[in-house]
Write a protein that binds this ligand. Structure first.
Ligand SMILES: Cc1cc(Cn2cc(-c3c(Cl)cnc4nc(-c5cn(C)nc5C)[nH]c34)cn2)no1
Length: 278
């Protein structure tokens, strides 16, 4: 429809802009309606001055380039972008049930069925991305949104890269980084498998596995893969087995994503539709 029209020159007058949905480091996200199609979108407004100060323009260009070409039910669509004197605008898919991390904070931790359903849909989205030589590199609750049917949407490809130009820069919060990125050595698509393992642990226990008061402590626990499972909440040994196969220091030994989808814990707990209806 109108939003898909390739290379249309968008301006703010094409939209009725509504309330702010959230704020990030470089700007805000508003709910908006595209006037011609009445399509509801999320309009991400970023300030050029702040982007320039943090030298992230190249990252933003990559985010737009990568996300605009990805088409998957568990990846937030980026329909287009435009800019004016002071701001850059990203026209994004609106996720009607908001941010996953708020849902996780509210529930403290998820049931095994809900966690497995989310992990399976993220694995399918990552298989799709890796098939296009894209690694996300920043899979964490803050970058996940929930669609109208309860489906998970990966957002914010600000740290994603095309694997042929692998970078060594540090990125994202420490908690989710695998050993090879914390030690800033070469990394590949298996970094997303590590982060998905961290996410699965946090879905089930409410905290990431290597959390510590000091950065230096978290760093040590990651490189030593100091993985411990608390006695509470009670979690099945099958779930622990899956997590233990993903959080492996040697990146080539991590469970492959297509193997994850065949793991008994996923097969027995994930809803095949990828929708968690509660
Ligand atoms: C700048 C900046 C802010 C953020 C974080 N952020 C993302 C959203 C967002 C997006 Cl991109 C798409 N759909 C959304 N739907 C919601 C939402 C829906 N409900 C009922 N409540 C909320 C909140 N937020 C969405 C907002 N902020 N990233 O960069």
């Amino acid at each position: 429809e109108a939003l898909e029209a390739a290379q249309k020159r968008w301006t703010t007058s094409d939209f009725d802009v509504g309330k702010p949905l959230g704020r990030g480091k470089f700007g805000h996200v508003y709910i908006a309606r595209e006037k011609r199609s009445n399509h509801i979108v999320a309009l991400k407004v970023l300030f050029k001055t702040q982007l320039q100060q943090s030298q992230v323009e190249h990252q933003l260009r990559r985010e737009v380039e990568i996300q605009s070409h990805l088409r998957h039910p568990n990846i937030l669509r980026l329909y287009g972008y435009f800019y004016d004197q002071k701001r850059v605008y990203l026209i994004l898919e609106y996720a009607a049930r908001g941010e996953l991390y708020k849902e996780l904070q509210k529930c403290k931790y998820f049931s095994e069925r809900r966690a497995a359903t989310y992990v399976a849909s993220l694995a399918r989205a990552l298989i799709y991305c890796h098939g296009k030589h894209v690694i996300h590199r920043d899979i964490k609750p803050e970058n996940l949104l929930i669609g109208a049917q309860g489906e998970l949407k990966i957002a914010d490809f600000g740290w994603s890269v095309h694997t042929f130009n692998r970078r060594r820069t540090m990125c994202g919060t420490l908690d989710y980084l695998p050993p090879e990125m914390v030690e800033s050595v070469e990394h590949d698509a298996s970094v997303d498998i590590w982060s998905l393992g961290i996410l699965c642990y946090e879905f089930l226990y409410g905290v990431p596995p290597f959390e510590a008061r000091e950065h230096s402590e978290t760093y040590k626990r990651i490189v030593q893969v100091d993985l411990k499972f608390p006695s509470k909440p009670i979690v099945s040994s099958s779930a622990k087995d899956l997590i233990s196969q993903m959080l492996v220091k040697e990146s080539t030994q991590r469970l492959a994503l297509h193997k994850l989808l065949e793991h008994p814990w996923i097969v027995q707990n994930a809803d095949p539709s990828g929708l968690y209806r509660g």
